[in-house]
Design a protein around this ligand. Structure first.
Ligand SMILES: [Zn+2]
Length: 146
């Protein structure tokens, strides 16, 4: 269960820098997302659907770096390696800022607000897609940028 990822966590991550825009929709899965192809199985930390650039999905295996990585994918449609580099750089920057009162007092960031969605069409659409990779008894939570 990704209980550490809530509105406050998302707001904290995406208010820290300007390189990546906060995604309009963030789906937080409570079960692992797995893809099986023949004899190989992939476990995802996060996903950015190719057909929509306003959605990212984070799984229980994901963390702050995953959020940035997928947000970068969604925004720029970048290749995997570019997104990985950017995710790491941004996380390093965020952690550095966390440790330094001097810098964080000068680095105000931007205001980012997320709200938990009570249920919408997007979730029904995603349900069909995520059924492929997430078990049917999962209970994804949708956060909207407001
Ligand atoms: Zn929704």
């Amino acid at each position: 269960m990704n209980s550490n990822i809530n509105e406050a966590y998302l707001e904290k991550i995406f208010s820290r820098y300007y390189v990546v825009d906060p995604p309009k929709n963030i789906i937080v899965l409570d079960k692992p997302a797995v893809s099986v192809r023949g004899s190989s199985m992939s476990v995802f930390r996060g996903l950015a659907p190719k057909w929509r650039n306003d959605i990212i999905v984070i799984t229980p295996q994901g963390n702050d770096e995953t959020l940035l990585h997928e947000a970068f994918h969604a925004q720029f449609g970048a290749g995997e390696s570019a997104a990985r580099v950017v995710g790491k750089l941004l996380v390093v920057k965020t952690r550095f800022i966390d440790r330094s009162n001097f810098i964080s007092s000068r680095f105000r960031g931007r205001t980012v607000n997320y709200q938990r969605c009570p249920g919408c069409e997007l979730e029904k659409e995603l349900d069909k897609t995520l059924l492929i990779i997430s078990p049917p008894d999962s209970n994804p939570i949708h956060y909207k940028l407001v």
